[in-house]
Design a protein around this ligand. Structure first.
Ligand code: CA
Ligand code: CA
Length: 365
């Protein structure tokens, strides 16, 4: 097995683990719950440009829906402090400004280092031939016809030369996509941008609080119907995944940010378009631990827990993407969560940032 295959497999393992629970379709919410307003906090007066104040308060994170994916259960009651959040996903134009100012080179543009790759492989795994260590990233490459949904390699392809500037590979570019969310961003690439603008990645709890838009116990960010009155409220995958994308919601790939209505907090595309990185390690038992149904992690334990993969190093991503379909992976819901390899980007993962009044980070912009 060459390293290219291993990298593909690493990403594949991550995605497979994430989608393993996606082979069943959650049922509709049976119990109608009331909409509750979160406790408003007095918003600071110096609202940073491009951000909105998310008033903190109590909320229910996760879900008790019987058929929701296991990693989203059980629901737990939590409290969040207020914070500012970007109204939209970080765009290609915004990331371009960062790169122009700093000369930053993303991970996907660099030759992979064996010492980084071996951290996610069983000890003793022999190093590959250096010739296979080439820059690149994972790109969604839809098949032309229906394929078995158990084999993600039928629609995910490691493409040499794919990166944020060339989302589908060397022959692609960002022309006309300046206002689309930046993709192929690894965790450290997002953190570098955040440091530059004096913000930070949201915690998973902050993201879900914001993503729910002040609604409690609702399956979707806007209520209990995916498309009320036939109206599309997010960029997801319409049609039969992975081959039959109809684009009925307006887009078969990413969409310009703010193409759909905002949630009650004034946040756009929290659901769909691209998955969004958070600052948390992925722990499949996070909610069970918070609810006292699973042992807490010791300080010396791997903070990332992925069943069946003790070498995983994944961060939580939230919100689903333009590839979430109702026949495959129903992750266009606020409680949905997946792990994402810390050193990888893909063509459907981006990020947005937050800031707290007491954050001491200084903008280098
Ligand atoms: Ca779409
Ligand atoms: Ca999004």
């Amino acid at each position: 097995m060459n390293l290219m295959r291993k990298r593909l497999n690493l990403a594949a393992i991550a995605i497979l683990i994430l989608v393993a629970s996606c082979d069943k379709k959650p049922e509709t919410v049976s119990e109608e719950k009331t909409i509750q307003e979160t406790e408003p906090q007095t918003p600071p007066t110096d609202n940073p440009e491009g951000m909105v104040w998310i008033p903190g308060g109590q909320f229910t994170m996760g879900t008790d829906e019987a058929d929701a994916y296991q990693v989203e259960r059980p629901a737990v009651d939590l409290t969040v402090e207020g914070f500012w959040m970007d109204t939209h996903e970080v765009t290609n134009a915004e990331y371009q400004a960062f790169v122009d100012a700093t000369g930053y080179v993303t991970l996907a543009e660099q030759t992979p280092k064996w010492e980084d790759l071996e951290q996610q492989l069983p000890p003793g795994t022999p190093p590959p031939d250096p010739s296979v260590l080439v820059p690149g990233s994972m790109v969604f490459t839809p098949p032309s016809q229906a394929v078995p949904l158990q084999d993600i390699s039928l629609w995910w392809t490691w493409i040499e030369g794919a990166n944020w500037q060339h989302p589908e590979g060397p022959d692609s570019n960002l022309e006309g996509r300046e206002n689309h969310p930046v993709v192929h961003i690894a965790y450290e690439d997002a953190v570098a941008y955040a440091d530059w603008v004096g913000k930070r990645l949201p915690t998973e709890i902050e993201w879900e609080f914001a993503g729910r838009g002040g609604l409690q116990g609702k399956r979707f960010a806007w209520g209990d119907e995916l498309s009320p009155n036939g109206q599309y409220l997010a960029n997801t995958f319409t049609g039969s995944f992975p081959h039959g994308n109809t684009g009925e919601d307006g887009y078969v790939g990413t969409s310009p940010v703010k193409s759909y209505a905002p949630n009650n907090f004034g946040l756009y595309d929290m659901i769909g378009n691209v998955w969004e990185l958070t600052d948390d390690w992925f722990d499949a038992l996070k909610f069970a631990r918070l609810a006292g149904q699973a042992p807490k992690l010791d300080a010396d334990m791997n903070p990332c827990y992925v069943p069946g993969n003790p070498y995983a190093k994944e961060r939580v991503i939230k919100g689903g993407s333009f590839l979430c379909a109702d026949n495959y992976c129903i992750n266009y819901r606020p409680s949905a969560r997946q792990g994402h390899a810390f050193d990888s980007g893909t063509s459907n993962v981006g990020f947005r940032l937050v800031k707290s009044p007491d954050d001491k980070t200084l903008s280098m912009k």
